[in-house]
Each structure stands twice: as C-alpha cells, then as structure tokens.
Design a protein around this ligand. Sequence first.
Ligand code: NAP
Length: 295
Amino acid sequence: MTNLGFVGLGIMGKPMAGHLAAAGHTVHVFNRTPKTAQELGTKNFVVCKSSREVAEKSDVVFTMVSDTPDVEKVIFGPEGLFDGLKHSSVVIDMSTISPVATKDFAKRLSARKVHMLDAPVSGGQAGAEQATLSIMVGGEAPVFERVKPYFDLMGKNVIYIGTNGAGQTCKLANQILVAATLEGVSEALVFASKAGVDPSKVRQALLGGAAQSRILDVHGKRMIDRNFVPGFKISLQQKDLNLVLQTARSMGVSVPSTAIAQEFYNSLAGQGCGDLDNSALVQVLEKLAGKIVEE
Ligand code: NAP
C-alpha cells in the first residue's frame, strides 16, 4: 500500500486522517502542537517529528492547516516537506488558501519533480467526521485520477475542477454563497423573533420550501440553540472572505454581499469573538435589531 502523510490535525485534519488510517493505510502524521498527534489512537498512524520526516516516509502527503503563510511554511519552511519529498510524490493541500499562491507553490514543487493538487473542502466538521465532504480539486488530471481513491475515503462529492488553483477558486465561490446565506438566515430568524414568532417553527417550515438550505438547517439550529462552539471559526471565515475580496478586486468583480458579511465578522473579531463558530454572525444582527433569536 502507498505510504501516506498528513500534516495538520485540527478540527478538520484529525478526522480526515483518521479515515485514511481506518481504511488500512499507514499514515505518517505531524502536528505543530505535538500533543494532538500523540493522542491519535489508531494503530496505522506513525507520529513524525517534522513535516520533513513525513515527506521522507510518504508518497502522497496531505496538508490541512490554517492559512496561505502556514501552507508555505509547512512545505518550504525549515524542516518542511520540500527537503524530504521524493521524486513523483504528490502534495495535496486541502486547506483553504490563495489560488494565486497555490499556483506558485505548484510551480516551485514541479521544479523538484513533485506534483501538487489543491483540494479544498466544504461540508464542515460534520462532513469531515462522516467522510461526506465535497472536495474540489485543481492540478493535473492524471495525478487527480491516481489519488482519487484517497479522496473517496474522505468525501462523497469529489470533483476535478481544472488546473492548479482552480480548486481554490471553486472554494472561494463556495464561501461567497456560505457568507451570503448565513447573513440571510440570520436576518430571517432575527426578523421572525422580533415579530414575536417562534424561530424554531420558522426554521422547520422554511426547511421544506424554496428557502431550504444546509446553512438554514445546521447554522440556523446553532443560532436558535445559542451554540457557537466551532465548527468553523470566525477567524478562518475572515481569512476566506479576505481571499474572496482580494481576488475579486484584482479581477474587477463586485461582491457586495461578501463585503458586508466581512464587515460583520470584523465587528465580531473586534469584540474578541474570533474563535466562535461563523454562525455567531447572527449576534451582530441581533444587536442592530435589539432582539435575540430565541424560542
Ligand atoms: P483548526 O482546527 O484551527 O486547525 C488548524 C491546523 O493547522 C492545526 O493542526 C494547526 O496546528 C495547524 N497549523 C496552523 N498553522 C500552522 C503552521 N504555521 N505550521 C504548522 N501547522 C499549522 O482549523 P480547521 O477548522 O481544521 O481548518 C483547517 C483548514 O480547513 C483551514 O484552511 C479552513 O479554512 C479549512 N476548512 C475548515 C472547515 C471547518 O468547518 N472547520 C471547513 C472547510 C474548510 P496546531 O494544532 O499546532 O495549532
């Protein structure tokens, strides 16, 4: 069996690596905070001392860290993957990062005869835990075909989008929709609550109609239950919306609803709420309306 590597065992990475190990693959893992890796139970995990050691022992390496500079550090930084990668090995970055930087990373790796795919995901913590993620992939099509069986262990909707960076562009389009829908769900539930109507009944009714969405289902429930434990942290959502705004600006594309959502998130982060789940967006609209969403 191919030796696999996995760097970044956070909310998403830990269960994703777990599915690869549970399928019988040997997974060489590294996490910046060592305790997380040491806590892994499955016998198929091999805990490494650095990203470089992961690369030396693996043919296919997955990265699932926070932001663009973090991916760069994991690949090209001291004790990074770059120094240990074998010829013809594959680096698969599943983090959400800049499409422009992704193209640059792929080019730098190809100089070493290493392939790179960008394979960001959607579906959240539950999707990672239940192996039902949507995975959107950029890079060379034959490389995608070679590693697709691993994606199938982590996701249900695995789509080849196009060349390097295309997966990240697709993910940013996803984030435009997620932010706009979260804003819409927040507005609808605050509106109903202020009118004296039970928001949980409103959510239940709307889930069967034209306004049905996963965000209304999962995040709408979080808003009503006042459950803002992440999930997907506001700090990461801000990172994604910044990527959307920068990329859109560089192309001359107007994304007004993303800009408004980002202003709301900036307000929450300024109040020290950066580690709350992104569904806490409702709290800004609650303050504006002077009404909390409650049953
Ligand atoms: P998380 O729980 O905060 O975990 C981040 C992971 O990255 C941790 O293992 C962290 O190590 C590691 N890391 C961060 N900076 C690093 C660096 N400079 N060097 C080495 N390791 C570093 O985040 P997450 O929710 O799993 O998200 C990971 C990625 O998936 C992000 O790009 C996010 O946007 C994307 N994503 C998340 C979700 C979601 O619902 N959570 C959904 C789709 C996509 P430590 O343990 O040492 O901090």
